[in-house]
Design a protein around this ligand. Sequence first.
Ligand code: APR
Length: 237
Amino acid sequence: MADNQKKLVVLTGAGISAESGISTFRDSGGLWEKHRVEDVASPSGFARDPRLVWRFYKARYLQSLEVEPNPGHYALVQIEEQLGGRFTLVTQNVDGLHYRAGSQRVFEMHGRLRTAFCTACNTKKDMSELDLELDIPICPNCRAAMRPDIVWFGEIPYYMYEIESALKDCSVLMVIGTSGAVYPAAGFVMTAKYMGARTICVNLDRPDNMIFVDEFHKGKAGEILPNLVEPLLNSLA
Ligand code: APR
């Protein structure tokens, strides 16, 4: 691809799935008001009480199968159809809704609810291939405990090389539905801005990293994004 072509990177967070009925983490009533992060989203929490951790992720996995993508997810599919390889979608979400909406290439940096991997031999399996009736699903290969394919606090997110390369090379970064509280994702807007990109944010509230945002659209992603598709594509022509 010619290097002078304008490229778009989009980073999404829990807010884009809120209108599909999935709880965010830090809003009032969010997941982290009901559960302690260190209990359900850390390697030490899993070592202490794997049954509790599995209960939490099985419930989230089953819920993710019941909800549907919303107009915010579909707007990003439309953008990808137009921009092809000039578009990179990065998500902190583990719900799989971008894929279900039709996005072709998604960097799920915090993992995914629909897979699990073996704590002993690393075999990766789709959740649908595991016996979820068990308190702790076991590896079909070596019978050791499986764990959710989720990047927990203290672990290194997936695809960091691909994401950082895209951030350094984009003309626009748009962040959607994320509080800007969790690193490294919260730092992407700063990286892209320092590398010369225009930064756009679509969010219900001002994110923590607002200082690096050039253009703020306050409101619901599912209502704002469909109207942003055309102006955004024009600006990238
Ligand atoms: N449209 C746009 N934004 C919304 C909407 C909506 N319909 N509903 C809520 N939001 C905004 C909230 O105002 C909030 O700023 O989405 C943001 C959600 O923030 P968080 O709950 O912190 O979620 P996120 O930023 O994705 O969390 C990052 O934290 O615990 C971890 O691993 C977890 O990936 C997650 C990471």
